[in-house]
Ligand binder design. Sequence first.
Ligand code: ZN
Length: 297
Amino acid sequence: MRADVAQATPQDGGRRLNAVLALDRMSIEEAGPNPDRLAAAIHDQLGHESGEVPVAAIAMALDIVEIREAPLRGLEGALVTPADRNVGMIAINSASSKTRRLFTLAHELGHFLNPWHTPEDGSGFACSRSDIGTPWGRPPPAAARRAIQEAEASRFAIELLAPKRLARRYLHGLPDLARAIALSDELGLSRESAARRYVELHDESCALVFSSEGIVRYIERRSAFPWLSCQRGDRLPILPSVVDASGLSAHEEAIARDWVARPSRDALIVQTLTQSRGFAITLLAFEASDSEDDEGQ
Ligand SMILES: [Zn+2]
């Protein structure tokens, strides 16, 4: 069965899968249903220091007996498991990108390991693109159980794929999408997931605007960052020009009132990563004024 898995998971290059990991599932599951703690318990045993986290090998070490990549109609991933969760089989949509397949695999493993997650039909979980793309943040208290499970499985996925310990070296200085790209390249994340994780973990308060053809798709804003003056469906101000082959712009000083509802005295910096098919990720951050350094004196 392991040979089948190795063939079915090219996202791990096949090589790592020859080195079978030894993980203690019982002690990992003692972490309980909290997805952050479950992922941390795996990393505590794994001791992974850098590069893409070997999710397929982790899954195999934790009783996933088969990972199959095949075209899935309307789904990104599925987990088939008996009620006792003794073993599981994960199916991944082979038509999706490498980064999406890796995230989906981690998401399905999150369902498998979480003792609180219950399948709707008794035989497993079937997850669409919108299920897996649910925000990682805490779902609203009134959310349906299924929506909470999906958010938790994706929370587990990002904590497994990009734990703070591996991301830490990118999190210094003025927020910069170049470092989010480096994080994406090292850990096998999509640019979008890496940018979200980067902003989530960065010490500086900042915000991201995801857009398509100049129209806001959604906004991710750290709680300390001011409310933006745009919202989903609005047309963005003119974005900074691309200056390198990766699609990045320089950091430019923006007209604050174009972006934030209540401009402050700090300079608002804007930087855009232009992607294919009209998609763009725009980072907003404040360059602290000198007077702020004097605070507390
Ligand atoms: Zn799911």
